[in-house]
Design a protein around this ligand. Structure first.
Ligand code: HEC
Length: 156
């Protein structure tokens, strides 16, 4: 056994300590820079980030082909009131996948008010109900209306 090997346990410990310290520093630095970047304090590309966030927010409120992309609602009078009052507790999809008459929508609202703590919609209620009945009304209106004003002819 030579001298260096005799010292090795101490050296090993020192080496391990050094490596551990180095790793700790790397971790701390990455955490620091991660939050430094997120905080917007970093000098690099602050404005770039802001533009990006702004664009994303703008995107979600985009309307394409008459549909509000984020919620899937038909863009029309009353949509904003519906978004403000009807997407807080459940997704917009629960609304858009339903089709009801005006009375049906009012009954659903009353049910939620009675059992689910839905608030009093005040003046917005008629706006909301009109919007829902118009754009999420029943598709199947029952039997086809009887034919009128037909020029019947007799087969020869
Ligand atoms: C205070 C919370 C809350 C708000 C606000 C709210 N709802 Fe609801 N709604 C609920 C809960 C809870 C349910 C039941 C969800 C479930 O069954 O998973 C529900 C269910 C529904 C359903 C499904 C009913 C059924 O028979 O399956 C529809 C449609 C609906 N809501 C429409 C609306 C509309 C329209 C609005 C806006 C006027 C609205 N909700 C606002 C809580 C709310």
């Amino acid at each position: 056994m030579n001298e260096s090997q005799k010292n090795s346990p101490k050296k090993e410990r020192r080496k391990r300590l050094l490596i551990r310290g180095f790793l700790m520093m790397v971790v701390l630095l990455s955490v620091f820079f991660y939050y430094y970047d997120e905080s917007g304090l970093s000098l690099s590309n602050t404005s770039d980030n802001e533009v990006e966030y702004f664009d994303i927010e703008e995107d979600t409120e985009r309307i394409e082909k008459g549909i509000h992309l984020r919620t899937g609602f038909v863009d029309a009078v009353g949509m904003q009131e519906v978004i403000n009052n009807c997407t807080n507790c459940h997704s917009a999809k629960l609304v858009t996948q339903n089709r009801m008459s005006k009375e049906g929508w009012i009954a659903t609202i009353r049910w939620m008010q009675k059992t689910q703590n839905l608030w009093d919609l005040g003046d917005n209620e008629s706006i909301i109900v009109d919007y829902l009945a118009e754009h999420y009304g029943p598709i199947n209106k029952g039997r086809r209306e009887g034919l009128k004003n037909i020029d019947w002819y007799t087969l020869k």
